[in-house]
Write a protein that binds this ligand. Structure first.
Ligand code: GDD
Ligand code: MG
Length: 324
């Protein structure tokens, strides 16, 4: 069995950080988002194919330096082909069936259960579904008997959403779906292809655990809270000499003696939080310096950001090298 991971989006909603760092490599609860996605996949896969595009070289170099438990192959798009186009472009030699995973979702699921359900129902695909209040940013499914998906609408207007069960971004598909994707042009799999597959039997696998799409700053911080609460952020101990309350996932060479923390913080390698500063519910990437008596809350700070002493940074997303 193989898996195809879609990882080519621009991460526009996480700019300016994603101008230099691909969304999937932003650290969440101590490691890049992509590696939390890898954790969802079975350990015995034959191969994992990464359909990359935007900042493909950076993803490729990182994955080579931090190899996951299975062989990984990267297939980069020259032009963004969308989700379906990316699947078509990278899908040569896929197993039948294969796992398809969006690389920005945070959840806990048993991929073995998903596969077993797929095999027992015997349709063309089985899509993991999460129940959410606000369906607007997602693909929404209408469910019939045996959780058969009877309609699927990508990002409908709220009044047109057929349910609160949305495509959670982890699915098992028959390899035949790749033949249904036109080649050589951008294709949205969810808009252009999925509705036409319903007649062949598409089923839902309802998630009963947490789920989040980490595609915006608020949702990425929420994803981080969920991962920490699920014990997926390591031990979460406060850095040496720091005060306050974890979980804090600190990288190598962090200096934070005399600083204080609230819960749910990632500190990248070499980050410095000076004495008297406070950091809470935040992602602080490598090399950041938070000056004395400064305060950082509900924020994402890209690599090398410098926060001046005494400054308050609340609800902000700052790109690489920014000074405030
Ligand atoms: N290779 C490639 N090429 N990958 C892409 C491209 C592309 O042109 N565009 C997006 N991707 C990747 C993204 O990196 C992400 O991992 C995944 O495809 C989904 O793209 P998003 O841009 O994050 O889509 P979304 O969040 O608006 O909607 C999708 O995910 C929702 C769940 O999180 C859809 O699949 C929805 O149906 C779903 O509910
Ligand atoms: Mg997304």
């Amino acid at each position: 069995m193989k898996a195809l991971v879609l990882i080519g989006g621009f991460g526009t909603r996480l700019r300016p950080i994603t101008y230099t760092v691909p969304k999937q490599l932003i650290p969440v609860a101590g490691k890049p988002l992509l590696y939390h996605v890898f954790d969802l996949l079975p350990r015995d896969l034959e191969e994992v194919v990464l359909a990359t595009g935007y900042k493909a070289e950076i993803v490729d170099a990182y994955v080579r330096a931090h190899p996951p438990p299975w062989p990984v192959r990267t297939v980069a798009e020259r032009e963004p082909l969308g989700t379906g186009g990316g699947m078509k472009n990278a899908g040569g030699g896929m197993s039948d069936p294969f796992f398809l995973v969006n690389s920005d979702v945070v959840t806990a699921l048993d991929a073995g259960d998903l596969l077993a359900l797929h095999r027992s129902r015997g349709g063309v695909g089985t899509m993991t579904l999460a129940e959410v209040e606000d369906t607007k940013p997602y693909g929404v499914a209408a469910l019939g008997a045996n959780d058969r998906i009877e309609a699927f609408v990508e990002k409908p207007d709220p009044q047109d959403a057929p349910s609160h069960w949305i495509n959670a971004g982890v699915a098992v598909w028959s390899a035949s779906v790749l033949d249904r994707i036109p080649s050589g042009r951008p294709v949205s799999f969810e808009r252009e292809v999925v509705p036409g597959l319903l007649a062949q039997g598409l089923y839902g696998y309802r998630l009963r655990r947490y789920w989040e799409d980490a595609g915006t700053p608020d949702r990425m911080l929420r994803a981080q809270q969920l991962l920490f609460a699920d014990g997926r952020g390591g031990k979460g101990l406060l850095p040496h000499g720091a005060l306050g309350r974890g979980p804090v996932a600190a990288g190598r060479g962090v200096v934070a003696s005399g600083a204080s923390f609230g819960p749910n913080v990632t500190l990248g390698d070499g980050a410095t939080v000076e004495p008297g500063a406070h950091v809470e519910n935040a992602i602080v990437m490598e090399g950041v310096v938070v000056g004395r008596e400064a305060e950082v809350r509900n924020s994402l700070l890209g690599p090398g950001v410098r926060v001046a002493p005494g400054r308050r940074v609340v609800g902000e997303t700052l790109g690489e090298g920014a000074q405030t």
